[in-house]
Design a protein around this ligand. Structure first.
Ligand SMILES: C[S@@+](CC[C@H](N)C(=O)[O-])C[C@H]1O[C@@H](n2cnc3c(N)ncnc32)[C@H](O)[C@@H]1O
Length: 223
């Protein structure tokens, strides 16, 4: 099996808010795996399928859509079943896309599935590409022209649960030359420099000193 798997973030539901990379991937995919809440594997309860149909119509392409029953019960057995659908699709296709609303990094089943795929087929996991997307709250901010954070403010994303939850912290706007000892690692910190520009660097640690203005740190929550 030498399939390539793409986890494509579709953005907040408006087909024009999908990234160009996301569109290219969907156009090149042999099949698109699409979540549906219908247990009969129809797409009658799938918002995502409606978005994909609109996209294919607007951009003039047609792909086989593979239903992925996603009942949203936060049940590991469901993620396993969802990952299995994708793994089976990867057995008979070269390029497989799985789509998710908003951004894959924000409360999406993508990473539950990737954990399972990593265990079952490490090569496929290593080759997998996650395509980022616009989140629902970025879209909300843009719709009413209100910044999510500006100047000295910060942003918190809070799941509406009744217990304490581990946090991911994003550190931005460092001063060039600053030491990073004031940043206390709570989970696992990665440092990102010049993302997508010349000299892009990703470190799986907190760098000691900031060298570039385009530097951010993400302290990923400990699961
Ligand atoms: C499982 S999370 C997925 C979030 C998504 N990955 C993102 O990047 O925004 C689903 C939650 O995101 C929010 N959400 C997602 N799409 C939304 C929309 N179109 N309008 C309002 N809220 C939305 C709601 O709070 C919803 O319960």
């Amino acid at each position: 099996m030498d399939a390539k798997l793409f986890m494509v973030s579709l953005g907040p539901g408006d087909i024009d808010l999908l990234s160009i990379r996301g569109l290219e991937v969907l156009k090149e995919a042999d099949v698109i795996c699409v979540p549906t809440k219908s247990s009969d594997n129809s797409f009658s309860k799938s918002l995502t399928q409606k978005i994909i149909l609109k996209l294919m119509q607007k951009h003039n392409f047609k792909k086989e859509l593979v239903p992925v029953y996603s009942p949203m019960r936060f049940n590991p057995e469901d993620w396993e079943a969802e990952a299995n659908v994708v793994l089976i699709a990867c057995k008979s296709n070269k390029k497989v896309a799985f789509v998710t609303l908003g951004d894959a990094g924000i409360y999406s089943s993508v990473y539950y599935m990737l954990d399972i795929i990593k265990k079952k087929n490490f090569e496929l996991y290593e080759n997998c590409e996650v395509v980022p997307g616009i989140t629902s709250f970025s879209d909300a901010s843009a719709k009413i022209k209100k910044p999510l954070c500006l100047g000295d403010s910060s942003l918190e994303i809070v799941p509406l649960l009744e217990h304490e939850v581990p946090k991911t912290l994003v550190y931005m706007r460092p001063k060039i030359g600053m030491q990073t000892d004031t940043i206390k690692e709570e989970g696992k910190i990665y440092s990102f420099e010049n993302l997508n520009f010349d000299g892009e660097k990703v470190y799986d640690k907190k760098i000691d000193r900031v060298k570039k203005y385009m530097t951010l740190f993400v302290d990923f929550f400990k699961g």
